[in-house]
Design a protein around this ligand. Structure first.
Ligand code: UDP
Length: 491
């Protein structure tokens, strides 16, 4: 029983192993794409062509909803593939642990992740143990022993509108490499082997940034897409070779691909009543009204007021209640002293308790606070803001950099998100501090200094990789079509 408990705990651990980052210039890294041209030029290349115009291709994307980033990346890749090849590629995105895990805790990684993420010492221990040779072996052994058949059902399931399993499998999760590769090999070799004989293409798209767990890197994968120098090196240290590695950036949703937000979620809510003292309408709008003011107006925000957003990943983690309360009070005091108002948007994600608590707060007349639950238009909120307070989630950091948004990193998950802190600080578009009072003071200083904000904005834009998603999708489609061509020529 005790052994089972330990095993269970270990599985928990590894389930929790998720995100991390560092972009660097992809041109500086040898990659299989280097012969095609530099990073920027790559995005202008024509999409690869299909083996046959009528034929639909299918991709299964394996992930688990541990945090918001994996599904966000999976959706982004699906959208990019559809943009490049409209109607030609069907993506089947599946949370393989929740939907096919045969028993607890394997099928409960999502709620367990939320609990674990609150206890960083436990997380750290599990993360580090899971990276030891014994931890890695144990994880593989347990998954193969208990989940092989269940996960095989997932990988074998009819994909998209076809009645066959997917033509290609992509993993966007650290725990979806080893076992899926064995299952594919077994299927392709007619159950003869779990080690040799795989023909179905398999790619890993790493959705961590400055650090990533060892389970991401499996030399058996055909390609592994990494977003940063740090992870490129880590992949090499895990026995992948440079021919397997491609470095573009992190896959993120469509709204961040272009310069202007493209999502359409309407926000008619306005809670501007009572703020007339600080937020009296301007007499006349200037003709050249900025894009930022337009977005604020669309979101029901005050247009011409320094604005900060507070977020804690998809699950609203990292202590956003305390951070928002102290920041709101500090901004209100500052407004009363200076006679100039502030605006704060708190995006609580799936954290309903945080939303309810913050909605009940009386913020004072110097700060216009808007409290949101999970929003689907993060790109608009980021473009409407002057700075962001966030846990060091890789997705949020990558998105913020594209919007030129200075980042105040308020917490990180040990191991997987730790490396995101130096990425932001060394790139010059933010800093880390965890004390709510320090966070509030730092943000207040930033908002009062347009020059400082502008310098950080320029640095963020330099670190941004807005073309990464489409570049990754283009390469994945090439792999898929190549496989289809070979298969049909053999048939
Ligand atoms: N996010 C969102 N709506 C929300 C809160 C978060 O779409 O209300 C998205 C956010 O834009 C980012 C992802 O959720 O793409 C969070 O990913 P990150 O890697 O930062 O943290 P995680 O939640 O995976 O720990």
């Amino acid at each position: 029983m005790r052994i089972f408990g330990a095993v269970t705990l270990f599985l928990l651990v590894n389930s929790v192993v998720v995100e991390g980052f560092s972009f660097s210039s992809p041109q500086t890294r040898p990659s299989v794409r280097n012969q095609i041209g530099p990073y920027e030029a790559r995005t202008t290349l024509k999409a690869a062509s299909l083996a046959s115009d009528e034929e639909k291709c299918t991709i299964q994307i394996l992930m688990s909803d541990t945090g918001g980033g994996h599904r966000a990346s999976a959706n982004a890749l699906r959208d990019a593939l559809d943009t490049l090849h409209p109607g030609k590629i069907e993506c089947d995105i599946v949370d393989i642990y929740t939907d096919y895990g045969p028993f607890w805790p394997v099928n409960s990684y999502v709620p367990i992740y939320k609990i674990m993420a609150e206890y960083s010492f436990l997380w750290k221990w599990f993360y580090e143990f899971g990276e030891t040779p014994y931890g890695l072996w144990l994880n593989d052994f347990l998954l193969e022993t208990f989940c092989f058949n269940a996960f095989r059902n997932c990988i074998e399931r009819p994909s998209g509108s076809t009645n066959k399993r997917a033509d290609m499998v992509i993993s966007v999760h650290p725990l979806c490499q080893s076992l899926p590769l064995k299952i594919l090999t077994s299927l392709d070799s007619n159950n003869k082997s779990r080690d040799v004989g795989r023909t179905t293409p398999f790619a890993t798209v790493v959705t961590d940034l400055g650090g990533a767990h060892a389970t991401w890197f499996n030399p058996g994968a055909d390609k592994c897409f990494v977003p940063s120098d740090v992870l490129y090196q880590k992949a090499l240290s895990r026995d992948l070779v440079s021919d397997q590695l491609i470095q573009y950036g992190l896959p993120i949703r469509r709204g961040f691909w272009a310069d202007v937000g493209t999502t359409t979620e309407a926000n008619t809510e306005d809670s501007l009543k009572g703020f007339f003292k600080f937020f009296a309408p301007k007499e006349a709008k200037t003709e050249a009204q900025s894009g930022r003011e337009n977005i604020r107006s669309k979101l029901g925000l005050i247009e011409d007021v320094p604005t900060v957003m507070v977020v804690g990943g998809g699950d609203g983690m990292g202590g956003i209640i305390d951070q928002a309360l102290v920041l709101g009070r500090t901004l209100n005091e500052k407004a009363i002293d200076s006679g100039k108002g502030y605006q704060m948007v708190v995006i609580c994600g799936n954290n309903e308790n945080a939303k309810k608590t913050l909605e009940e707060e009386n913020w004072g007349t110097g700060v216009n606070a808007q409290i949101k639950g999970f929003v689907n238009n993060m790109d608009e909120y980021m473009r409407a803001s002057d700075a962001i307070v966030t846990k060091a989630g890789p997705g949020t950091i990558a998105e913020a950099s594209i919007c030129g948004l200075p980042c105040l990193l308020s917490s990180y998950l040990p191991g997987q998100e730790e490396g995101n802190v130096p990425f932001v600080e060394e790139s010059g578009f933010g800093k880390y501090c965890s004390d709510p009072k320090d966070i509030a003071d730092t943000v207040t200083t930033w908002l009062a200094s347009p020059d400082m904000l502008n310098q950080m904005k320029q640095n963020a834009l330099k670190a941004a990789r807005p073309s990464a998603t489409v570049d990754i999708a283009r390469d994945l489609a090439e792999m898929l079509f190549e496989h289809k061509r070979i298969s049909s020529s053999k048939a």
